[in-house]
Structures are given as structure tokens and as C-alpha cells.
Design a protein around this ligand. Structure first.
Ligand code: ATP
Ligand code: MG
Length: 549
């Protein structure tokens, strides 16, 4: 992200005004370890790490593990792995929000002493009832509790003397504020739950809005860059920084979240998909998680290219998933070796070709990139072609194989359709053809026009493989426009993962390593799966096979 965006404009002004030296710019990426990172987080990572890099500053990786529920070391490890995969590095700047619990507690006590916080004992129901509305201020009957009493109760909250929900610590700000976040927000609540790192040490936990600015300030963060839903929380962020005894004054700047059509970028919902088994784990190749995209065959470069083209802006927008597909397709068009796969094989016998003969035809590894060289593929009497490349009753303009028709076997002979053998159910069993044996490499010597070219494999040399055809996770384009009464699950695409068994692949693919990417000619881009043996995942189709609806 070399170009300036509005965040960099702010920072440039501050550098020009002398507030900071460029290399003092200090950002952080604060994931909550309650799920795996998704491509939306990649945007935040690019902004956080990219901004630090641009100014030769620093970026901390901080696990935002203030909320004890649902946090897990599995997620902590996965988050680090995914960030490294993208190529970002935090060096020794790795922190846990929970490491500041003691410090945060001390700061809270000081807030009580300065009269800026008090212990409240409204029940959750009363809390809602007293919340007020735009014309009526909130009511808070415990607001004027004497400082010593609040301090005593707060200490006893920590000591575990009270049940959950009995007391909270609240900031004394403004009960009439038009911003409800400022109506004496809760700073601490009681929770009897084991924390993934602190165990049973704490039974009171700070709220995000209180903990986050304190963590930023302790780490010396200069710019706390976050997504737009925190905009309404900024006044509270600033209030905490101003009223608490903290060592620095970070500034919060918000940017629009990344949203993509036909998918969901919400950890909570992605987690639900995993837990209910609607997808096959966090790294299901349909998931917008970084591990899912990785397994699907996406590269960090294509993801960066996509996020870059989607842009960093302040306004809400939804980016077409086809732009993401376009980015990987464009990259793989130049980098992916071409290989042949026959998805739905049908037998083709070259009647006039000797039974025991093998010939090798040279085909290009990548017509876009001559340096990729060529390879030789064996040709024999028994061939397989894709069932779609033959039509017994061809529609108009069908230039592939049809009764009486001629077609070019890519890189090899021209063949003419002869007798067709059918199965009892009417499906094609075997197509007999006669090859024009003068026409090696697909060119007839008499110069006659052959319109169609189809791919093929020698039935004797091809290998078997499974192919997974992946498609969009949701049929609904904009999941933020959910019709009344519907949920995400109503729009799961039933055809988002189709398994083809018994596909044939060319011999050279037998050596492919998990993670290797190829173009299967005339079809799309595929990656060898990292989990299931002998399986190739469709990354994306060739452009033509994805007409825009
Ligand atoms: P989710 O709703 O998916 O759980 P979150 O914001 O709760 O997202 P966090 O782990 O708290 O997830 O996010 C870490 C950082 O990533 C935050 O600063 C957040 O603003 C940012 N972020 C999360 N989702 C997106 C997104 N779709 N686009 C850009 N930034 C995002
Ligand atoms: Mg969050």
C-alpha cells in the first residue's frame, strides 16, 4: 500500500506540524483470539503494518483477549501463522491485552478516587430500563455513591465476594449525551470464567472500550487504526485517554470495513458455520478466512492486489467477489503451468491408430510465458475426452465433436467422428473416430478449416484424481441486505462444493505437490489440496466460464 490514503494524510499533517517524527509512528493490530482471521482482517493488517512500514515506524501484534469467553490458544497460534503467511512480521512486538489486567485495574481504582467512576448495582433489566432515549437522559441512582464506598465495593468485586451481575464499575461521564456510549458506560463487570492465560486469577474483566485505549497508551501507540463501527466509541476512547493515568495519547482513526459480495466477513458467523458443520472447518476452501483462501489456492499477492484495488476509504461499500477472482486469475494466467484434466471422461477410440503405438506430442506449459517451456504428452489409440465436448444432437454453433464432424485434438491429430456406442441408459459409452494421420500438431495439410479444438488424454497413461468444484458460499449477493425473517443459512449455496470423482489428469500431474497451482486447460485454475490426497481444488474458473449474471 504505497499510495497515500486519508489515514496517511492525517499522519502527514501531524508529522509536518512536528507532533511526531516519522519513525515514531506506531500502530497495532489487535485481533480478538476467538476465531481465525478473514480477508477483512487482511485489510486491517495492510493498514496497520503498511502504515508502520511506510513511515519506518513500528506495529505491535496484540491479542485482544480481554473478554474471557470463547478465547483459545488454537486461535492465537492460527492468527500468527496467517499473518506470517501474508508476509507481515511483528518481530518482538507481540503482546496480550490480558497482560495489562493489573495495570488496568490500578487505573480503574484511580478513576474511582478522582470521582470519575463509581460502582453501580442496577440489574441488567434495570440498566436497560434506565437507559433513557434521545429526548430523555439515562438514570443512574448509584452515581453519587461516595468514593470510599465505591472503592471498597470494587476491591471486593475483585476479591470474588459477589455473584456475576451484582455490581459493575461505571464511568461518570454524561447521562444526557446524545451518544449512548457516553451515558456512564460500564468499565468492569464480574465474570466467573477461566481466562485462557490468566486462569482463575480474575473474576472482574474490563470492557473493550476501557481496556483498549489503555492498552494502546501503555504500548505507546500513536495511531489506533480501526474499522468504522468504532467511530461512535471514539469520544469514549478519548475520554479514557484524558481521564486515566496513562503514559501517552494515541489517536483513533477509523476506516471502512472490507465487505465482499456472496460471503460473510464476521468471525462470529464464520465460527457458527464451523461449529454447526455447515462447512468443513475454518480452512474449508469456500471460507473467506485466510487459511480457507490459502487452501483454495489464493496467494498473498493476489489478496493484496485485491485489497489495494478495493481501496482504503471511510465510506461503507461492498466489493464484488469477482474482483477477488479476477486478481487471482490474472496472477495465475502468467504463473500457472498449463495441464490437462478431463473432468467427466468419455472413451474415444482412434480406429485407424495402431494398438501398441505411443507417440509424444509437445505442448506448451504456458502460451503466455514462453520461458515456461513445453512438455510431451503421450498419444495412444485409446483416448478420453470430456463428455461435454461431444454432442450427439448438437445445438447450433457447436464446434466440438459431433456425428460426422471433425475436431482438433489439442496439439495432436484431427479426428473425424464415426460410430457411437451407447450404454443401455442412453449415455455415450465409446466414440469411434478416424484420425487424419497427416495432420500432426493439429494442422491439416490441405489447409481445410477446423473450428473446434478439444483437450484429451491417453486412457492408458492418464491418472485418476478427485476434483472439487468450489463456488460462492452464499447465493445472496449482499448479505447486509438480508430480507426480513431470513438468516445467512437460508442463502448458503447448495452447489458451493461439488465433488467430481474419477476425473483423469495427465501423467505429469502425478508429481504435483500439495499447494501447487495449475491451469487445467479450457477449464480453470486448480490447486492440489493440502488435506485430501489426490484431490485438486478449483480456485477459479477461466473468465469465460463465469459470465457475469
Ligand atoms: P468480526 O466481526 O469478524 O469478529 P472483529 O472486528 O470483531 O471482526 P477483531 O479480531 O476484533 O475482529 O478485529 C481485529 C481488527 O481487524 C480490528 O481492528 C477490526 O477493526 C479489523 N477488522 C475486522 N473485520 C474487518 C473488515 N471486514 N475489514 C477491515 N478491518 C476489519
Ligand atoms: Mg472485535
Amino acid at each position: 500500500m504505497e499510495n497515500n490514503n486519508f489515514i496517511h494524510d492525517f499522519i502527514n499533517e501531524e508529522i509536518e506540524s512536528g507532533k511526531y517524527r516519522a519513525d515514531e509512528i506506531h500502530t497495532r493490530f489487535p485481533p480478538e483470539p476467538n476465531g481465525y482471521l478473514h480477508i477483512g482482517h487482511c485489510k486491517a493488517l495492510i493498514i496497520d503494518f503498511g502504515t508502520a512500514k511506510k513511515y519506518c515506524g513500528r506495529c505491535n501484534l496484540r491479542m485482544d483477549d480481554t473478554n474471557p469467553a470463547k478465547e483459545d490458544t488454537e486461535f492465537v497460534d492460527a492468527i500468527q501463522e496467517d499473518i506470517h503467511w501474508l508476509g507481515f512480521d511483528w518481530g518482538d512486538r507481540f503482546f496480550y491485552g490480558s497482560d495489562y489486567f493489573e495495570k488496568t485495574y490500578e487505573i480503574a481504582e484511580k478513576l474511582i478516587l478522582s470521582g470519575d467512576a463509581y460502582v453501580c448495582e442496577l440489574t441488567p433489566d434495570q440498566f436497560r430500563e434506565y437507559r433513557g432515549d434521545l429526548t430523555n437522559p439515562a438514570k443512574s441512582p448509584f452515581r453519587d455513591r461516595p468514593v470510599e464506598e465505591s472503592l471498597d465495593l470494587f476491591r471486593r468485586m475483585r476479591a470474588g465476594e459477589f455473584p456475576e451481575g451484582k455490581y459493575t464499575l461505571r464511568a461518570k461521564i454524561d447521562l444526557a449525551s446524545g451518544n449512548f456510549n457516553m451515558r456512564d458506560p460500564v468499565l468492569y463487570r464480574i465474570r466467573y470464567i477461566d481466562h485462557h492465560r490468566q486462569g482463575k486469577k480474575w473474576c472482574i474483566f474490563p470492557m473493550y472500550d476501557f481496556a483498549h485505549p489503555i492498552q494502546d497508551a501503555i504500548e505507546g501507540i500513536t495511531h489506533s487504526l480501526c474499522s468504522l463501527e468504532y467511530e461512535d466509541h471514539r469520544p469514549l476512547y478519548n475520554w479514557v485517554i484524558e481521564h486515566c493515568d496513562v503514559p501517552s495519547t494515541p489517536r483513533q482513526i477509523e476506516f471502512a470495513r472490507l465487505n465482499i459480495t456472496n460471503t460473510v466477513l464476521s468471525k462470529r458467523y464464520l465460527r457458527q458455520l464451523v461449529e454447526t458443520g455447515l462447512v468443513d472447518g475454518w480452512d474449508d476452501p469456500r471460507m473467506p478466512t485466510l487459511c480457507g483462501l490459502r487452501r483454495r489456492g489464493y496467494t498473498p499477492e493476489a489478496i493484496f492486489d485485491f485489497v489495494d484495488r478495493a481501496g482504503v476509504a471511510k465510506a461503507y461499500s461492498v466489493v464484488d467477489i469477482e474482483l477477488l477472482e479476477h486478481c487471482i486469475r490474472e496472477e495465475l494466467n502468467t504463473t500457472a503451468p498449463r495441464r490437462i484434466a478431463v473432468m467427466n471422461p468419455v472413451k474415444l477410440v482412434v480406429d485407424n491408430y495402431p494398438e501398441d503405438k505411443v507417440e509424444y506430442f509437445e505442448v506448451s506449459n504456458n502460451p503466455q510465458n514462453p520461458e515456461a517451456g513445453t512438455r510431451k504428452i503421450p498419444f495412444t489409440k485409446n483416448i478420453v475426452i470430456d463428455a461435454d465436448d461431444f454432442a450427439a444432437v448438437p445445438p447450433p454453433k457447436f464446434f466440438r465433436l459431433k456425428p460426422e464432424g471433425e475436431v482438433r485434438l489439442m496439439g495432436a491429430y484431427i479426428v473425424k467422428c464415426g460410430e457411437i456406442e451407447y450404454n443401455a441408459d442412453g449415455s455415450v459409452n465409446t466414440i469411434h473416430v478416424t484420425a487424419d494421420l497427416e495432420s500432426g500438431n493439429g494442422n491439416p495439410v490441405d489447409g481445410r478449416k477446423i473450428k473446434g479444438t478439444i483437450h484429451w488424454l491417453s486412457a492408458d497413461y492418464a491418472q485418476k484424481a478427485d476434483i472439487m468444484l468450489y463456488d460462492h458460499l452464499f447465493t445472496l449477493e449482499n448479505v447486509d441486505d438480508m430480507p426480513e425473517g431470513k438468516t445467512y443459512n437460508d442463502y448458503l449455496n447448495p452447489e458451493s462444493a461439488i465433488k467430481l470423482e474419477g476425473c483423469m489428469i495427465e501423467p505429469a500431474l502425478a508429481d504435483a505437490e500439495p499447494g501447487d497451482r495449475f491451469q487445467f486447460v479450457r477449464n480453470g485454475y486448480y490447486v492440489k489440496d493440502t488435506k485430501n490426497a489426490n484431490t485438486f481444488n478449483r480456485i477459479v474458473g477461466l473468465k469465460d466460464s463465469f459470465p457475469k449474471k
